[in-house]
Design a binder for this molecule. Sequence first.
Ligand SMILES: Cc1cc2nc3c(=O)[nH]c(=O)nc-3n(C[C@H](O)[C@H](O)[C@H](O)COP(=O)(O)O)c2cc1C
Length: 430
Amino acid sequence: MKKPLIMSLAYIFLTYFILYTYFVGFNNTVIFLPQPRFTSDSRLEEVIALIHTRPKLHNYTPATMTLYDLSQILWAAQGITDPVLMFRASPSAGALYPIEIFIFIDEGAIQGLDAGIYHFDPKTHSIKLVRLGNFISKLELSVYDFRNCRVVLTINAVYERTARKYGLRATRYVHLEVGHIAQNVHLQALNLNLTPIFTLTFNKSLVKELTGLGEPLMAITFLKREFEPCAIFPSYVEVNEMSVEEVIVRRRSVRKYSEGNVTLNQLLQLLWASTHVNIGVQLASSINSSCDVSSIIYVAVGNIIGLNQGVYRYDPKTSELLLISREDVRGSLYEACYAVGEYTSEWVKEGNACIIVAAQIFGNKDLLFISMVESGAVAQNIHLQAVALKLGSVTVGGFDDEGIAKAVGLPAGYMPLHVIPIGPKPEIGG
Ligand SMILES: Cc1cc2nc3c(=O)[nH]c(=O)nc-3n(C[C@H](O)[C@H](O)[C@H](O)COP(=O)(O)O)c2cc1C
């Protein structure tokens, strides 16, 4: 009687052990990353302006990276920047943080790290070895910039964390969040003399199997930054004193604004950071390295010094604001925003202006997801620029699409993805 029981237990144990080592791996190695720097000599606007240094395809050298570079990039992506509330460097709908980051490292790519797949833990700022080995050549990364690259980050999403609260809207929010993260990675990498290359096309089922957590959505690798800075700032852009790291660490969603003014130049600078074309390249990350971002920008102006109230469309090539209507539509935008419990989004009507990031509705799901990621990148630049200008801003994603589209008069075939009120940041709170 006893023998079969022991045999079954041994069998169960062996099966569990094999499955565990396959999916989780043997190794419990945890590497605590070097402390990231929260400042540097490079001011935000100087780094934003570097985005034009994106190399053309064919013309690249894979980067060599240090453990410090990796630490800094992971911090900019998902590091804890509010140790009390445990909020992170990039915003997240409902602070639910559905994103998990994995790092694929091939032999010898980062001194001191074995080849393998690692998982980033923002809370302890450490990476944990998931499995040993060289895997990058198997990832089938779409663009050929990736040949010879030996460090790749994958951004995986655990949709359920967001879907539990936001239902079907989770897919949109998660893709927007990937864009916010990608833009922080872009700026931080440039400031380390690296150029990130993003792709949404790779062997996702293999990455899912190897990482074992979430749906892989984006892969990022790093090239050597080839070009020297050559920033051309329009006259209205002020290079402020805050470094890119300082801005990332200070960014918070701000939902209360003080009585102060917002000027036309400040608004133009926010729009410059959003999508301005600088030396032929738009400033926000385009996921297609060869073309512009798909986002278009509208502004609902209420109280901006030097600009009449109304709705404007921003032209990223000329920096012009094209008047669409003379109406102050902030109240209509507010009406179109969802109320969550006792929360209504007053901040949408109380900001001095509201920036709307919209994208074309493509029949193709993959193209729509690219637009969402790009909209997140655009919005992140607006948030960071707002910090440097001592303004407050918040991404509002909960709204009736048609109501927002109607309020600002979006062209047919476009959907709003971000509604971003802006106003002077109060000294305390917000
Ligand atoms: C995709 C997305 C949608 C969001 N939607 C809203 C919203 O509808 N209303 C709001 O007040 N905040 C919204 N937020 C802001 C989050 O609540 C905020 O990022 C989170 O609480 C973390 O705080 P932090 O941004 O200060 O780090 C959204 C953020 C993201 C990324």
